[in-house]
Design a protein around this ligand. Structure first.
Ligand SMILES: Nc1ncnc2c1ncn2[C@@H]1O[C@H](COP(=O)(O)OP(=O)(O)O)[C@@H](O)[C@H]1O
Ligand SMILES: [Mg+2]
Length: 276
């Protein structure tokens, strides 16, 4: 019943890892599927030595013939732990073309898959640019999670994109990653909603990336546990807020000017004003 989109701006890697962990730790009752919608090219194929097909390219080709709710599942492969994924092509040209098809009808194929009872579609939208094809997926999502490292360089990219984000017809929730500025300061200074923080956890990230070591399992690492908490918040939010599309339509009708990205009314201060 839920479409969750994860993305970042420049300078904040970790989206694919978070998408896998979020899906793996999604509360029981909804079956997760991860769809790799990264325009820069996918990570999963190489990381898990998957077959090139089925995946995002075969899904995009099938979308031309219709977008029935079960379609996404027909283009999945299973990761070693059993998680179903629709892997994106490694090449950016192919990834862009596939995403353009998938979003051409308002990402209906993902929305329909997510509307099936007991399903959560986790879309890994990678790094966002001003004209990313993945924006169409964010538009259809129930919950948009924007990952940002809490350091000057990545936060400066968040600041640089806040005005753009304010024009988006949805509310991103920020997830801070690793050390750096305290969560509350980032939230209040930038006027953004931060719903959680992920630890810097090399072993946990490696385990989620298919390289479990003696020190970490994919789900029981500090990173896995933090993702479980964020999954619980995202799941409860998605269940209390109506589906993304309807929400967007309603809010656009209500007041196009009110669609700020979860920001408070005051303009954001310059990032330099934040102290540790
Ligand atoms: N929270 C984290 N702590 C430590 N390393 C991480 C974390 N998240 C991701 N990584 C590592 O960073 C690299 C890039 O992560 P990935 O999830 O593929 O980023 P993206 O999809 O945004 O390019 C990988 O080597 C991954 O193991
Ligand atoms: Mg990635």
């Amino acid at each position: 019943m839920t479409l969750v989109a994860l993305c970042s701006f420049k300078g904040s890697p970790g989206v694919t890892t978070a998408a896998l962990g979020l899906a793996a730790r999604w509360p029981a009752g909804e079956l997760p599927v991860v769809v790799e919608c990264d325009e820069a090219g996918g990570d999963l194929l190489a990381r898990f030595r998957l077959e090139t097909s089925p995946g995002l390219v075969s899904l995009a080709a099938a979308v031309r013939r219709g977008a029935e709710p079960g379609l996404v599942w027909q283009h999945t492969q299973r990761l070693p732990g059993g998680l179903p994924v629709v892997a994106g092509p490694a090449g950016p040209e192919q990834a862009h073309a596939a995403l353009a098809h998938i979003t051409s009808a308002g990402a209906a194929v993902l929305r329909r898959a997510a509307d099936r009872p007991g399903t959560v579609v986790v879309a890994d939208c990678g790094r966002l640019g001003p004209s990313s094809a993945a924006l169409g997926i964010l538009r259809a999502a129930d919950v948009v999670l924007l990952l940002a490292r809490s350091h000057d360089d990545s936060l400066s990219h968040v600041v640089a994109n806040l005005d753009v984000a304010a024009r988006w017809p949805w509310h991103p929730s920020f997830v801070l990653v690793g050390g750096g500025y305290p969560t509350s300061e980032v939230a209040s200074t930038l006027g953004i909603e931060v719903i959680g923080r992920l630890p810097e956890d090399r072993h946990g990230a490696a385990a989620l990336g298919g390289r479990p070591g003696r020190r970490s399992t994919p789900t029981q690492s500090p990173l896995g546990r933090a993702l479980a908490r964020i999954a619980a918040v995202a799941a409860s939010r998605a269940s209390t807020e109506p589906g993304g599309k309807q929400q967007v339509a309603d809010s656009l009708e209500a007041d196009p000017g009110s669609l700020s990205a979860g920001r408070r009314s005051s303009p954001h201060k310059s990032w330099e004003g934040v102290s540790r």
